[in-house]
Design a protein around this ligand. Structure first.
Ligand SMILES: Nc1ncnc2c1ncn2[C@@H]1O[C@H](COP(=O)(O)OP(=O)(O)O)[C@@H](O)[C@H]1O
Ligand SMILES: [Mg+2]
Length: 390
């Protein structure tokens, strides 16, 4: 006969009991705690309670099997009955369930604690990196209506090699030659695309092409780039502590990185005033640097950078003059309807009569290889001469 399974209320009672004594949920202790609740359960039911409680205390609890799947990139919890994953082909709902909304909250809080951060009513959201590199985002109710909203983004420690990106169709046949030429010529480049279009992944792979004698210094809001390269220094921003001090922003990191003798200055994702520091660096002897930027089209990049530079007080004309001399190439990624990520276009930059920078397509993705566009000659000239400006 199937033994009764301990319900949410009973689990809670056991939890409270164990929390009072600060004890680990061993079978003997759980059985004792159950007895104290006037419940006698058989061995297997006790063990199930032990398992349920253990998985709350260690790891990611019920999400563990999802995160263990190497294909899973994102795990999203919207309610105790709604757990979603992305295995690379868009979101899918899973069968994983939490006992109740309180269990989701407890997991989020425990994960935040393991990242050395606080998550409570006074600070109802957290954006942090777990010790294994997984990125955690959580918002507690009532800000998240109904249930704690939990998002985990898995960082796979291994970078995709260029060959794998070609096999996946991200880089078209023969496209690796162009990318290698860009890297060899130490062109400064920006990888653009929408959220999840594979910008960071491509940037990481491209950094694997950097010569082994070069020193790469990474500045990131949340460390995720793992280039396959022998000489990488990784810097990560951090929020203010509970007293509101000690914040280290991306801008601080870029400034420090410049003093660390980088051959390649890399800003994981430009999303604020640090853009001005990066452009200045690229203009003052730090060519070969690179970054990613959220933009829906390569042609939108100058306007996006303008908006970011404005937050640092840099006006339009100044931004465009910096940009023209700082950046050589834009590599734009898209994620098509089937969920495949690919390099849609490669653009170069051109200044018009008024000194404003516009992007010019140089190559377009096709199943047979990159198709040359108007800016192709300029791109080839840049590759041949090595990051020549103007
Ligand atoms: N070319 C690709 N083919 C298959 N999966 C990819 C590819 N590029 C990225 N991914 C996966 O998609 C997810 C999002 O990629 P990421 O590089 O973080 O995107 P972005 O930086 O644009 O937000 C990652 O988990 C990554 O493993
Ligand atoms: Mg990214």
């Amino acid at each position: 006969m199937e033994e009764p399974v301990a319900g949410g209320a009973l689990l809670d009672a056991v939890r409270v009991r164990l929390a009072e004594t600060g004890a680990e949920p061993t079978p003997a202790r759980v059985a004792a705690a159950l007895r104290s609740q006037g419940r006698l359960l058989g061995d297997s039911a006790v063990l199930r309670v032990v398992e349920a409680l253990r998985s709350e205390l260690v790891g990611t609890g019920p999400l563990e099997p999802l995160l263990a799947d190497p294909a899973v990139t994102d795990v999203l919890v919207t309610s105790p009955e709604e757990v979603w994953v992305d295995r690379g082909g868009g979101l899918e709902r899973t069968r994983v369930r939490f006992t109740d909304a309180a269990a989701v909250r407890r997991l989020a809080q425990r994960l935040a604690t393991s990242a050395g951060r606080r998550l409570d009513d006074a600070r109802p959201w957290v954006d942090a990196r777990l010790p294994d590199g997984t990125r955690l985002h959580a918002v507690l109710p009532p800000v998240a209506v109904g249930c704690t909203a939990l998002s985990l983004r898995v960082v796979r420690p291994r970078a995709f090699g260029l060959a794998e990106l070609m096999a996946a169709g991200t880089v078209p046949p023969g496209g690796d030659r162009l990318l290698r030429a860009m890297l060899d010529a130490r062109l400064s480049f920006l990888v653009s695309g929408g959220t999840g279009s594979g910008k960071s992944t491509l940037l990481s792979s491209l950094l694997g092409l950097v010569g082994p004698q070069e020193r790469i210094v990474l500045a990131e809001d949340s460390s995720e780039l793992r280039p396959d390269h022998p000489h990488v220094v990784r810097l990560e921003a951090r929020p203010a502590n509970q007293e509101g001090v000690g914040r280290v922003g991306l801008r601080d990191l870029v400034r420090q990185a410049l003093r660390m003798r980088p051959d390649r200055l890399v800003v994981g994702e430009v999303r604020g005033s640090e853009v001005t520091d990066l452009l200045i660096a690229l203009n003052t002897g730090h060519e070969g640097g690179c970054c990613t930027l959220h933009a829906n089209a390569a042609a939108d990049v100058p306007a996006r950078l303008e908006a970011l530079a404005a937050t640092a007080g840099l006006d339009r004309a100044a931004l465009h003059s910096q940009l023209a001399a700082a950046l050589d190439v834009i590599v734009h990624l898209v994620r098509d309807r089937a969920g495949c990520r690919r390099i849609a276009e490669i653009h170069v930059l051109e200044r018009d009569g008024e000194g404003l920078v516009a992007t010019v397509p140089a190559a377009r993705w096709s199943a047979d290889g990159f198709v040359a566009q108007r800016g192709r000659q300029r791109l080839e000239r840049l590759c041949a001469r090595g990051g020549v400006r103007g």
